[in-house]
Design a binder for this molecule. Structure first.
Ligand code: ADP
Length: 539
């Protein structure tokens, strides 16, 4: 199915601890324990027993026969711990032969004259075999414990690693890489596409692919896992090495593995199943998070939709009712009114129509903003002129307020889209007039230095509660929802922010420090200056 893995490169990361574990496993021979023994352990056994013989020959004249068997036993235990049962049994036989040949009279023959020595030899062999058996069992237990600890550690590291992954692609890749590195396998992960057809989503090595037979096997495993409530092991055979990725809501895909050489041991199969289970849980977590995001988006869309509908019904109906009322009065009873009353009705019609047109403009602007379809037409503009033009447009709305403009001379020209910028000012002025009492002051001021220019619009209304200072820029957020006599869409400020940001600046809301009232500050950085500020620029 796929090419061979570089085992060293594939080992899990984690410096010193890993290399210490590897040394420990190497010493107790974990690598040889999984496959058949080579000639090496037996060669070492022969050498070790020969060395024990030399030591025994040296000690024999000093200590006598009593301590000679201990020397051989020590060698046998060492072999059992190092290489396991079979080499240690060979060591037992070799030791018994050497013991007989060199230390039991008649010397240098395998014959035994004294029956007491036959018993001695027999018990030596029994003790040697029991000892080697016990030592090799202790070794196996140590190996099993070491490999379990290693597996648990690796599984834990894997679960920690995938806990931080947020996208499905990253997760599948990490899973493939982990399985490949821990089990020395080639891995492909297949998930169904929208049409339900399985496709390879991740592979390790990355260029891994599956051919026709494997595709059929994968499909079979997938179909089986969908149609049957069975454990993962049931589908794992050598012919079709594909395991389903099962979540609590059913299978989500299949994992295919292959290895040239030895098939998986039961322990390795268990490890593979554990890794796949962990990956399946993580896939489920990511899917749930995606579903939740989609649900949140749907709720938000629904909220915006109903806000828009209620805003539409209110903000279209109120001015339309005023216009219809005024127009009807004019037509039916026009001759009964004096000139001043007629003028007032006409002004109402004009004012409300203008309000409607601002409302529609806001809606259109918001649509364009959301669609990202605003083409900027930048040109050098003078702040004073832009403010003048906005005030001119808002004359009617501001007629009951005292407007104070304070723009110091020497402000730099700004490279802005005049239509958009004027719309920002219009929206801020509209709010200032709407949310502050008639007769109060609305101030427009600016200051600038060589790094930035700030323009503020402040009023003497109630201001904005601290918790809403940021939220007022959200779509449809209105501080006082019950306060419906002030018609509004909750779109004005979000459009302001959208436009100002497109133009390269930022806009913030604060409250006045010297009394009640809101302050909106637009800041443009140096990057939108068309010329450096002059010497007399205000600081
Ligand atoms: P709208 O004015 O149509 O409701 P905006 O997006 O322009 O929508 O404003 C959002 C909310 O911010 C307003 O509903 C109001 O509660 C608050 N707000 C805006 N400007 C001011 C201001 N100058 N003074 C007090 N509150 C304001």
């Amino acid at each position: 199915m796929v090419s061979t893995l570089e085992s060293e490169e594939a080992m899990t990361d984690g410096g010193e601890q890993d290399s210490r574990d590897r040394m420990r496993r190497d010493w107790i021979g974990i690598r040889s324990s999984s496959g058949p023994l080579g000639p090496w352990p037996f060669g070492v056994t022969v050498v070790a027993i020969a060395a024990a013989l030399v030591v025994a020959l040296v000690l024999y004249p000093v200590t006598g026969i009593e301590d000679v068997d201990l020397v051989f036993l020590a060698a046998i235990i060492a072999i059992a711990i190092r290489y396991g049962l079979w080499p240690s049994l060979v060591a037992c036989v070799l030791s018994a032969l050497a013991y007989n040949f060199f230390f039991i009279p008649p010397f240098h023959t395998f014959a035994v004259a004294n029956p007491a020595n036959i018993a001695r030899l027999f018990f030596f062999l029994v003790v040697a075999i029991i000892t080697s058996h016990l030592a090799s069992r202790a070794r196996d237990a140590a190996l099993t414990a070491a490999s379990r600890a290693e597996t648990t550690e690796a599984l834990y590291a894997f679960s920690r690693k995938i806990a931080g992954i947020v996208t499905l692609d990253d997760l599948l890749w990490a899973t493939g890489q982990q399985i490949a590195s821990m089990l020395m396998l080639d891995v492909v992960i297949l998930l169904p596409d929208a049409a339900g057809k399985l496709e390879v989503k991740a592979a390790y090595p990355p260029n891994g692919h599956i051919d026709g037979i494997d595709t059929a096997a994968a499909r079979l495993a997938w179909e089986k896992s969908r149609s049957e409530e069975r454990g993962t092991e049931a589908l794992f055979t050598d012919q079709h090495p594909f395991l389903p990725l099962r979540t609590s809501h059913g299978p989500v895909g299949v994992v295919g593995v292959s290895r040239t050489g030895a098939p998986l041991s039961p322990g390795e199969e268990r490890l593979l199943a554990a890794l796949i289970d962990q990956a399946a849980v993580a896939i489920e977590r990511i899917r749930l998070a995606t579903d939740m995001d989609a649900a949140r988006l749907a709720t938000e869309t629904e909220r915006l939709r109903s806000a828009l509908l209620s805003s539409l019904s209110h903000d279209l109906k109120t001015p339309l009712a005023s216009i219809t009322g005024a127009a009807t009065s004019l037509r039916q009873y026009g001759e009964l009114y004096d000139a001043a009353a007629r003028e007032e009705l006409a002004a109402t019609i004009q004012g409300e129509a203008e309000r409607l047109s601002r409302f529609v403009a806001n809606l259109l602007d918001m649509t364009r903003l959301k669609a990202g379809g605003i083409a900027l037409k930048r040109e050098p503009i003078d702040l004073g002129e832009a403010v003048g033009a906005a005030l001119q447009r808002m004359q009617g709305v501001l007629r009951e307020h005292q407007v104070v403009v304070d723009l110091p001379p020497g402000l730099p020209m700004l490279d802005l889209d005049v239509v958009l910028f004027e719309q920002v000012l219009v929206n801020l002025l509209d709010n200032a007039a709407k949310y502050s009492p008639p007769g109060s002051r609305i101030a427009i001021s600016a200051n600038g230095n060589e790094r930035k220019v700030e323009l503020t619009v402040s009023d003497e209304g109630p201001g904005i509660p601290a918790g809403d200072l940021e939220r007022v820029f959200e779509m449809f957020h209105r501080v006082n929802k019950g306060d419906r006599q002030r018609a509004g869409t909750g779109l004005g400020l979000s459009i302001c922010r959208g436009f100002v940001e497109i133009l390269g600046g930022m806009v913030q809301a604060t409250n006045r420090l010297d009394g009640p009232g809101a302050v909106f500050t637009i800041t443009f950085p140096k990057s939108v200056f068309t010329a450096m500020p002059r010497e007399d620029a205000a600081e």
